[in-house]
Design a protein around this ligand. Structure first.
Ligand code: GLN
Length: 269
């Protein structure tokens, strides 16, 4: 009798162990795509509200929600780290990070050092200035002290007007610092991406600032996800981005953040 019970137990255990093993195996060679892909390292600069910023210590924003949707579609896990603008660019260039997202404009100069996804957002620049400064065009900042975030397309746009490394240009490590220097009176104006300017002006009524855009001076540009040169995940992630745009997920995220339908036809780059 004892022997019989022992025998049954051994049999049961064997079956259980066998099930366990085959389960694990199924997971590791799983065909649903989510378990056989590596965890990617993603870097951002969370000082670019509403695209990527800190809310109670957590990195949030339009870009962060888009990233989550794209990675889910592509079947990758990822670890997101807020490292700041310069460190972000450097770690992608060195291939230490697999990708970066932070309202990063795709341009020819950057394409020499990085790969990019296709475009996911159209942008331009705006001048933010203290009320009453009387700025009506981009050229009006010529004789003013202007704050910019160092190494950005906004800094480039200002250097085109004032001259490269002009003494009236103050370069800051982040957009947030540039805007703070406007409030403290260290600069007369700040040039930054239009949606970031809109968000800042809407959220800071006590700052007494106004803003203008100027399509004759400030060109249209497009944000893309940034990869190291010859990235082997770029194709996958770009295809997932395209799917997320085509299947309406992008529109849902856009509506949540901007309360309007996006014009996805412009994202053809
Ligand atoms: N779009 C600008 C650029 O790529 C600014 C991006 C940012 O400050 N996060 O240069």
């Amino acid at each position: 009798m004892n022997k019989l019970i022992k025998g049954i137990m051994i049999l049961l255990l064997t079956v259980l162990v066998a099930c366990g093993t085959s389960d694990e195996k199924e997971q590791s060679d799983g065909t649903n795509g989510s378990n056989d892909k590596p965890t990617l390292s993603v870097v951002t600069e969370a000082g670019f509200m509403p695209f990527t910023y800190l809310d109670k210590g957590e990195v949030v924003g339009f870009d962060i929600d888009l990233l989550a949707a794209v990675m889910d579609e592509a079947g990758y896990d990822y670890q997101l780290e807020n490292v700041g603008w310069d460190a972000m660019l450097l770690s992608v260039e060195k291939g230490e990070a697999d990708l970066a997202i932070a309202g990063i404009t795709v341009n020819d100069e950057r394409k020499e050092s990085y790969d990019f996804s296709s475009a996911y957002f159209e942008s331009t620049h705006k001048v933010v200035f203290r009320e009453g400064e009387g700025i009506t065009s981009g050229e009006d900042i010529k004789d003013l002290k202007v704050g910019v975030q160092s190494g950005t397309t906004g800094a480039e746009a200002v250097e085109k007007i004032l001259g490269k490394n002009h003494e009236n240009i103050s370069k800051y490590d982040s957009n947030t610092l540039a805007l703070m220097s406007l409030q403290s009176g260290d600069v007369d104006a700040v040039v930054t991406d239009n949606v970031v300017a809109d968000e800042y002006v809407a959220n800071n009524p006590e700052a007494n600032v106004e803003m203008i855009t100027d399509p004759d001076t400030f060109e249209s540009e497009f944000y893309g996800i940034m990869f190291p040169k010859d990235s082997d995940v770029k194709e996958d992630i770009n295809a997932a981005l395209q799917t997320v745009i085509d299947n309406g997920t992008y529109s849902e995220i856009y509506q949540e953040w901007f309360g309007a339908e996006p014009d996805t036809d412009v994202l053809t780059q």
